[in-house]
Design a protein around this ligand. Sequence first.
Ligand SMILES: C[C@](O)(CO)[C@H](O)COP(=O)(O)OP(=O)(O)OC[C@H]1O[C@@H](n2ccc(N)nc2=O)[C@H](O)[C@@H]1O
Ligand SMILES: Nc1ncnc2c1ncn2[C@@H]1O[C@H](COP(=O)(O)OP(=O)(O)OP(=O)(O)O)[C@@H](O)[C@H]1O
Length: 289
Amino acid sequence: MTDSSISRNWPAPAKLNLFLHINGRRDDGYHELQTLFQILEFGDSLDFRVRNDSHIHLQTPMANVAEADNLVIRAAKLLQAQGNGQLGADIWLTKRLPMGGGLGGGSSDAATVLVALNALWQTNLSVDELASLGLQLGADVPVFVRGHAAFAEGVGEQLQTVKLDTPWFMVIHPNVEVSTAEIFTHPDLPRNTPKISTTPEEWGLHRNDCQQLVCDLYPQVAKALNWLVKYAPSRMTGTGACLFASFENECDALAAFSNKSEQVTGFVAKSCNRSPLLERLEQFHLSGN
Ligand SMILES: C[C@](O)(CO)[C@H](O)COP(=O)(O)OP(=O)(O)OC[C@H]1O[C@@H](n2ccc(N)nc2=O)[C@H](O)[C@@H]1O
Ligand SMILES: Nc1ncnc2c1ncn2[C@@H]1O[C@H](COP(=O)(O)OP(=O)(O)OP(=O)(O)O)[C@@H](O)[C@H]1O
């Protein structure tokens, strides 16, 4: 594509849940949780071309997700409904994050659509308004809209910006897709971890309340975790299936990664406190594209 009317390379980064505690279940079925979100400098990427008709089209269909169900399209339509609805968009999505991986790929795609089209369509919603729209699409969308590492409560939308260490991570995908809904509706999910008022020094001591259940249901996840812990303290992100271990530098992370089994996929990435999406938005405001 060489078309200068295309606004390119809007990042949709992955997140890790450094810990994930389930504190209870609300009447609507959603769970009260406490979690620590770290953002990675690795993820999906989106390109946009504004259309002068109201049509919204995903130029890169995903084999297993119908266009109307795709969070990219749902986010664009939700935002369009906030304005006069006269402009549309062609959207290209480069998918790098595994689906059902616990890396928040679909949520991050949705957040990037909200932030990018808000700028490109000049809808001019505030960050708070975009985050609250995003929450209608998924509990993980607000943290990606705001774009900062955060301690989260509520269903994941009450966010307190934090400053974390930014190590390198090896992320392993045991090549199985775990449905978030399946884990959150499972009778054996522990749901009564007491709420903590935590300090950054204590964060490493906590756990992912979904991890044991996912390991029991998916032996591939348990097997990959048993391998990963040989290299560094390791944990599952979200409701799985991905696992992560942190390293002080890229070299050590890549050395461990080179020993992984061929049955698992994954990547090595640096973490960050500020999402690359915010940098891309700044670049747009400076250059107009
Ligand atoms: C597990 C996490 O990834 C942790 O960051 C999120 O809490 C999940 O966020 P998400 O994928 O954006 O979740 P949604 O798309 O809103 O919901 C997927 C499914 O998980 C359940 N769900 C989600 C979030 C939450 N706090 N409690 C829940 O019970 C919902 O009932 C729904 O059936
Ligand atoms: N653009 C998209 N990318 C990925 N999944 C999408 C997208 N649009 C809709 N979906 C649906 O959302 C489901 C969850 O996908 P996603 O990759 O966000 O899971 P996840 O990484 O486990 O997320 P989370 O950590 O938020 O639970 C998929 O199984 C798919 O059906």
